[in-house]
Design a protein around this ligand. Sequence first.
Ligand code: ADP
Length: 408
Amino acid sequence: MKVLVLNCGSSSIKYQFIDTETSVSLAKGMVERIGMSSAVLTHQPYEKEKIKIVGEILDHSIAIEYVIAVLLSKNHGVIKDKNEIDAVGHRIVHGGETFSDSALITPQVMEALKDNIELAPLHNPSNIKGIQAAKEHLPDIPQVGVFDTAFHIKMPPHAYLYGIPYELYKKYKIRRYGFHGTSHRYVSQRAALMLGKPLEELKIITAHLGNGCSMAAIDHGKSIDTTMGFTPLEGLLMGTRSGDMDPSVILYIMAKEGLSLSEANTLLNKHSGLIGISGESSDMREIEEAVQEGNKKAKYAFDLFTYRIKKYVGAFTAAMGGVDALVFTGGIGENSVMVRHDVCSNMDFLGIKLDEEANHNVVNECFISTADSKVKILRIPTNEELVIALDTKQIVSELQKQKEAASF
Ligand code: ADP
């Protein structure tokens, strides 16, 4: 089955066209600056040159039209007919408490997505626009939603409730949801394969470290806790987000600096984290360079970043009553020798021993722990688009079977 995977943001759409039989991404690309006269579409067919098209793309519907056109294009396309797109899989940020699994998009599902807009006002409206646009241009093709929150939604109440009046949870659905679920699910499944054991017998800590960062405690295949919460702001220090802090701090800053709600939101989400502390960059590569040049604030930012991860490794080990594997993924987790080194240093007491040479020479999916490390340390590149494509295939195949059975 060939699945068009879409990740629709407010002014951008990332896409991949994946053959689920081979797991090969036949083409991938991105439309940026949607809404502007100088929007840009970058498109890369498998093992071919990347191309760039600049034009006026005023909304998501036109953007999807462009994506379909480039997939069909004579010189850069990968299909000859629209019918070769068997299904569309959407990355959806927030599934609220409604979705614990990926779901076929139906009118009821669309209603539920709209109900969850308040929980993700920046993301869910764009996801909805993307679904509507895809429906407009591919009306007869099934669409599936894959939710960032779904993997974590069955965490136990002691992990998802906040210490605020319970009525506020009931009234406004204020609870911890967690994000990056597709990535945590994928790398934990890959880790089980690498360890040669069923996921149901393992205790795994996954660290997805990209621009956004989160960790998950995956006990017997289920996420029992994660670092992000009601929004992606909680937990680890990130490129531009603060992560955990005493909630009083923000009230204090708002009073002192006379900040509005929206300014406070921007401060915590866009001007904090690595960029906020270092004043240099939100990009880990640049932070590492600055650390090596002796920049003190960059060092504070770097140390805070790795210290939090280390603390959560301890916390999640306690939460699961042990740990078999620690997995690094995401742009930083996959590539930063320094971050993995610092996180794993002085962790012998927990049975975590990094093999320094292996840590320097990572390729694809690999082990980076010493032979005698009780806890295996793994580096696994994430592939959220593939998970979306495979979930979509599974749901659509099931649907086809049901239709065939009904027509007998
Ligand atoms: P996103 O969360 O937007 O998908 P990525 O997963 O691509 O982002 O992660 C981006 C982060 O990965 C940036 O902070 C970048 O500096 C970091 N990164 C990428 N390559 C390296 C590297 N070789 N060493 C350290 N950090 C890296």
